[in-house]
Design a protein around this ligand. Structure first.
Ligand code: UFG
Length: 326
């Protein structure tokens, strides 16, 4: 791709900051808009950072009048499934309504294309695995529905206003920059790999293992962990595809390989050379037994190939990042 100028909304967050790093490495110009409610200024390794809410129409109007963007990446969202059940208004406001403001501003200023962060949560309880993009979308919680509604808006905007988009349905984002400059730092942290590693360092209490009675070989849930740098590369390929006239659509991004919670705990213990302290807890509400991606569409259409598909490598990078923070 020739040197381009991109807007990255939510570029100070976990996944967005890894995309910013990759764009900078490819010598693109980057403007990050992030209100730092979850992101960190220190995670933005290059480009310019504007600390602002992205769903402020006057702000977007002035941004699009003063800057010429070749494309927009939109990461900013609320992501905690359990919180979305308790406070759905927050999720529909931050994830759905705010994105509508962005889409309208992009339409009115003729800005595009857009690569949007969607999620495997749009599928709900899987009817079959691996899950391909034709699997029905029956999101089972407000978080998943808030993202699914955006996908529907994107499709309608593409039909009506020819606004090009790709929605990437992430499976379980994991790992960190191989040089440990940036990585996962949610607050509160709810994800398995950082919680397992922080249980080892003592930063967190022993890991609660949610459910051992699932219909899986070892009774614990199976997930498809995808390295955050591989997610970043998928975004760049998706943008390139759209810039070259590719059709709008949705793509799964995952390795196609599932690991159980027990396997993750064992691998984390091996990588850290210390056993993850574990307590056993009942099932967490809303956890499907098995979520594994069929990402062949992304491979065939975008030319995407994961570079860090190995779980040990993913956890090694997460561990190096975790240690660098102590
Ligand atoms: N788990 C535990 N203990 C913990 C945390 C997680 O046992 O303390 C288990 C969960 O029950 C699950 C697995 O580890 O079986 C992975 O859980 P995560 O919270 O790390 O990830 P999820 O699969 O729940 O969520 C991810 C994304 C969500 C997205 C969802 C479906 O983080 O944003 O995938 O796509 F909605």
């Amino acid at each position: 791709m020739k040197t381009s100028t991109f807007l990255v909304i939510g570029g100070a967050g976990y996944i967005g900051s890894h995309l910013v790093k990759a764009l900078i490495e490819q010598e693109h110009r980057v403007l990050v808009v992030d209100n730092l409610s979850a992101g960190k200024a220190s995670a933005v390794l290059g480009g310019e950072l504007l600390v602002h809410d992205f769903d402020d129409r006057a702000f977007l109007d002035s941004l699009f009048k003063t800057h010429q963007f070749d494309g927009v990446f939109h990461f900013a969202s609320q992501i905690v499934v359990s919180e979305s059940v308790k406070d759905p208004g927050k999720y529909y406001r931050a994830n759905t309504a705010a994105t509508l403001t962005l889409l309208e501003a992009m339409r009115d200023h003729d800005v595009g294309p857009l690569v949007f962060s969607s999620t495997a949560a749009v599928y709900g309880e899987p009817q079959y695995t691996p899950i391909d993009e034709n699997h029905p979308t029956n999101a089972v919680n407000p978080y998943g529905r808030s993202k699914l509604m955006v996908e529907q808006m994107l499709q309608d905007f593409a039909n009506a206003y020819q606004q090009q988009y790709v929605a990437l349905r992430y499976f379980n984002a994991a790992g960190a920059d191989p040089q440990a400059r940036i990585g996962e730092q949610h607050n509160p942290e709810t994800h398995l790999i950082p919680l397992a590693l922080q249980a080892i360092t003592g930063k967190c209490p022993p890991l609660q293992l949610f459910g051992q009675d699932y219909d899986t070989p070892d009774g614990t849930c199976i997930r498809d962990y995808i390295h955050v740098d591989d997610l970043a590369s998928a975004h760049i390929l998706a943008m390139n595809y759209l810039i070259n006239g590719g059709d709008s659509g949705v793509f799964n991004i995952g390795n196609g390989q599932g690991y159980s919670v027990n396997e993750v705990i064992q691998t984390a213990s091996k990588v850290a050379e210390k056993q993850v302290p574990v307590t056993y807890a009942p099932r967490r509400a809303g956890d499907p037994a098995r979520l594994v991606a069929d990402a062949n569409r992304a491979k065939q259409v975008l030319g995407w190939q994961p570079k860090y598909a190995d779980l040990t490598l993913i956890i090694q990078h997460a561990w190096a990042w975790e240690k660098s923070r102590h």
